[in-house]
Design a protein around this ligand. Structure first.
Ligand code: SF4
Ligand SMILES: [Zn+2]
Length: 334
């Protein structure tokens, strides 16, 4: 069966078992903005869900199970207002909807405009949203940048600059050419672009995954993105990655791989490189031996918030040897 057929049947099964409506979430964190570490806030809206995910979607993504079918725009706006109230003062506001902010079926044009109006009252320096490239047009960007007082940043899940990896391992459903078109439009409208890159999609060895992520980070920076965000894969329910994980055919990346990717890319690019591994430190997320995980994670977080590479120097643990062996031998063990 083709990859699209496989992910579609996994998705149908998991969606049919879904009982509850998704809930929105909001939390504070620290991030790097305008040369310094700043308070940032994240609001995750529960909308009708990513259209691509509802048709099958990406092999590692289970966010669609947090969506709310039949949710009204009034409810989406209510979630946003409640999120703003919970966050308090932040300099960098990120509004995610686990799909596409510019997809009018998820967030209607009038809801977007009301969100811009409220954002203008908050005194934030930057608003970040995220979108697949097919929803990014000159019209939606120009409307956003003309209505918004803070800077606009658009996050795009490029995942890899390799069309092969993006299609065969991730089933992402768009090409590098389409990403470049969206990047050009964003830059033309005065918006910044943050590229999300995946660390260890399925079907790659640990060593192949590290090389793909490093290559993708340096190439995306050359293409002109303003910020790189590395996402180590975590095993989400109702995904192809979870099926492979249950058959012991997939292990999330080592935290050592994450450190190696971030360090190597940062050496070659002049833009912020951030990484906030979700679900890390346990079997379903990026992890090491268990003894060093929290220390390594906190080093990655400190680096992301400050961009000071020293946080990633001098890290050590006995498990580094096992990681190195896996990098060298996995290809033969397959
Ligand atoms: S990763 Fe993004 S594009 Fe892919 S299914 Fe999830 S939300 Fe949709
Ligand atoms: Zn360890």
């Amino acid at each position: 069966m083709q990859l699209q057929g496989v992910v579609r049947s996994i998705r149908r099964r998991a969606l049919s078992e879904l009982r509850s409506h998704g809930k929105f979430a909001a939390w504070r964190e620290r991030d790097f903005l305008h040369g310094r570490s700043v308070p940032a806030g994240v609001i995750v809206l529960s909308t009708r869900g990513c259209a691509w995910a509802l048709r099958g979607g990406c092999t590692m993504c289970g966010y669609v199970y947090d969506s709310s079918r039949g949710v009204s725009q009034a409810e989406v706006l209510r979630q946003f207002k409640e999120g703003v109230a919970r966050l308090g003062d932040v300099a960098y506001l990120k509004v995610f909807n686990s799909g596409s902010f510019f997809d009018s079926d998820e967030i209607a044009p009038e809801t977007r405009r009301e969100i811009y109006r409220i954002v203008n009252t908050l005194g934030v320096e930057r608003l970040q949203v995220e979108s697949r490239p097919e929803y990014i047009s000159r019209e939606v960007l120009e409307e956003a940048t003309s209505l918004l007082e803070p800077e606009l940043e658009v996050g795009i899940g490029l995942e890899s600059t390799s069309d092969y990896v993006r299609e065969v391992c991730i089933n992402k459903g768009f090409t590098l050419k389409e990403f470049r078109r969206a990047l050009r439009l964003c830059r033309g409208a005065g918006a910044r672009v943050k590229a999300y890159l995946l660390i260890k999609p399925p079907f790659l060895t640990e060593a192949e995954a590290v090389e793909d992520a490093v290559r993708s980070g340096t190439k995306a920076a050359r293409l002109g993105v303003d910020r790189l965000s590395f996402n180590p894969v975590n095993v989400q329910r109702g995904t192809l990655v979870e099926e492979l994980f249950k058959k012991r055919e997939y292990r999330p990346p080592w935290l050592w791989s994450v450190v190696a990717v971030v360090r190597r890319v940062k050496e070659h690019v002049g833009i912020p490189v951030v990484c906030s591994p979700s679900g890390a430190g346990n079997r379903r997320g990026a992890h090491n031996c268990g003894r060093c995980d929290s220390r390594i994670l906190s080093a990655i977080r400190s680096f992301s918030a400050t961009q000071e590479i020293e946080h990633l120097h001098g890290l050590d643990c006995e498990c580094m040897r096992s990681w190195r062996e896996e990098l060298a031998l996995e290809v033969f063990l397959r």
